[in-house]
Write a protein that binds this ligand. Structure first.
Ligand code: FAD
Length: 481
């Protein structure tokens, strides 16, 4: 495969003319470029990474195509309602509909491109997993696995269709003409290089890799969050789109998981194992020994609450032996035994007083919190006396009764930002008044309004990327200008 560094394009005085310039070579960008090429559009992908195997979240992905953790090929109505329910009013009905309708087509389309899927476990969630999946072991494991194979397959397909990926090209400024986007200028080693086109697809992966933006929108202490992805999304796309008049939406939420705090310095503790099963069975307390989040909303929700703390490394998940033995063993790479085996800190003691001492928490406060929680969750009714409340429909709340008791210091792992450029159902970037900006689209993790909101709705990063990519390419191909 050729690299942009030896490309003659950068030396040309006249800008190259394309139908579409795609910013970012992750799954969103490569699906979109290939679909555009299938529809006879001339497509080029600009990718800032210079390496043959440039890093991005797609390279690291676990590879499960799902919608709201449900099987992606379920009937459209079931999925549509699930998305709307998860969003709690945040996700617009036409967006929910297009994701529910087109998700299954992403799977078929990828199969037609040569990708294989397999079932990774008996759970419904694991029905459609890119093959070969990562091995069930802690730490990163991407070489020759799901996302790596996907990117290489899609790049080869693009080249066979006459398109290409230009590496080492960081898109920096949109070229606008009369309110329409007609290209982009990229920073390359050879200097600023203009690429003119009928449209630009922004697929840059969002802004989780930009500490300044994460501080502005997500957490006061971005340096105390664990980057649980490639960190290659720097927010260039949203900066460019905002300058062109696009609305930004849902900026304060991210997809991620709760991790051992030792993941900050121990690479065997991220992206797996994560602590979500423990978190949703036991309780999470702050440095004052008090609950501060409804654990029953799930691990992604709790990770967002941990990130929002004054000190995002000050929380502990608290549980007892029964939870450790049951919930702790949930998942393909379970917290029990992997956290401890890989060197993650676990405080364990026979009494709550001793546990509080080990964890540096107030024994009185911790005991009070646990007694109140136990009393509330032991009743059959919803534990209304708890503040924050404990939602029990998705994850049952287990009382913390019998030693040894556990305190596991945790942190928030940020995988990708959910907010971004507001899109409509065609993946077009829209202005605050809802009108579409001609020639400008946002895909995958660059697109906002599809995930997040007050309930921190997790719809699915791969499904979102695949659907927005197909929609953008097909809309552009059908557009007459
Ligand atoms: C460990 C892990 C496990 C995951 N597991 C799952 C899973 O099982 N199921 C699921 O649905 N989702 C999962 N996800 C999320 C999913 O992988 C992502 O949502 C998806 O890959 C995002 O694709 P993307 O194309 O939007 O972004 P990316 O894959 O991040 O690609 C964006 C690309 O844009 C490039 N770029 C950035 N700025 C510029 C610029 N200015 N100019 C040019 N190029 C630029 C970047 O270098 C990058 O290559 C997981 C993610 C991780 C990290």
């Amino acid at each position: 495969m050729t690299s942009s560094l030896s490309s003659p394009w950068a030396d040309m005085s006249e800008p190259q003319q394309f139908d579409v310039v795609v910013v970012g070579g992750g799954i969103a960008g490569l699906v979109a470029a290939n679909r555009a090429a299938q529809l006879n559009l001339k497509a080029v992908v600009l990718e800032q990474g210079e390496d043959e195997k440039y890093l991005c979240n797609t390279r690291f992905t676990g590879g499960t195509l799902h919608i709201c953790l449900r099987e992606i090929t379920l009937d459209e109505e079931t999925l549509r309602l699930k998305i709307l329910e998860s969003g709690g009013g945040f996700i617009q009905p036409e967006i929910a509909q297009v994701i529910a309708r087109e998700g299954r087509r992403v799977v078929r389309w990828l199969q037609d491109e040569g990708m294989r899927f397999m079932r990774a476990s008996a759970s419904e969630y694991h029905k459609w997993v890119l093959a070969p999946p990562g091995r069930s072991r802690p730490g990163l494991d991407w070489e020759g696995r799901a996302g790596d194979v996907l990117l290489r397959t899609l790049e080869a397909r693009l080249i066979s269709r006459g398109g290409k990926v230009v590496r080492g090209a960081r898109a920096d400024t949109l070229i606008m003409d009369g309110g329409r986007c007609v290209g982009v200028v990229a920073e390359q080693r050879a200097g600023k290089t203009p690429y003119r086109a009928r449209a630009v697809f922004i697929a840059d992966g969002g802004f989780s890799g930009n500490a300044e933006l994460v501080e502005r929108y997500v957490s006061r202490r971005p340096e105390r969050l664990k980057q649980r992805g490639a960190g290659t999304g720097k927010g260039d796309g949203m900066r460019m789109a905002e300058a062109a008049g696009a609305a930004l939406v849902g900026m304060d939420r991210f997809y991620g998981h709760t991790l051992s705090v030792d993941a900050m310095k121990n690479d065997m503790l991220w992206p797996y194992p994560y602590l979500d099963s423990l978190v949703t069975a036991g309780i999470v307390v702050d440095s004052g020994g008090r609950r501060f989040v409804d654990e029953g909303r799930g691990g992604v929700y709790v990770a967002n609450a941990v990130a929002a703390l004054e000190d995002p490394q000050s929380a502990h998940v608290i549980f007892d032996q029964a939870i450790w033995e049951k919930a702790g063993r949930n998942g393909l790479i379970a917290a029990n035994p992997h956290v401890e085996r890989e060197g993650g800190t676990i405080h364990r003691a026979d009494t709550l007083d001793a546990l509080a001492g080990l964890a540096g928490l107030s024994a009185d406060a911790l005991t009070r919190t646990i007694l109140q929680y136990n009393e509330a969750v032991s009743g059959k009714e919803q534990p209304g006396i708890l503040s924050p409340p404990r939602y029990r429909e998705k994850f049952d709340a287990c009382p913390i009764l019998k030693g040894p008791f556990y305190a596991l210091p945790m942190c928030a792992g940020i995988t990708y930002t959910m907010g971004g450029i507001q899109v409509n159902a065609n993946a077009q970037a829209v202005r605050p008044d809802g009108s579409a900006i001609g020639g400008l689209y946002a895909l995958g993790s660059a697109a906002g309004g599809i995930e997040g909101g007050p309930e921190v709705a997790y719809v699915g990063g791969l499904a979102k990327a695949g659907v927005t990519a197909l929609m953008a390419a097909e809309h552009l191909a059908a557009e007459k200008i």
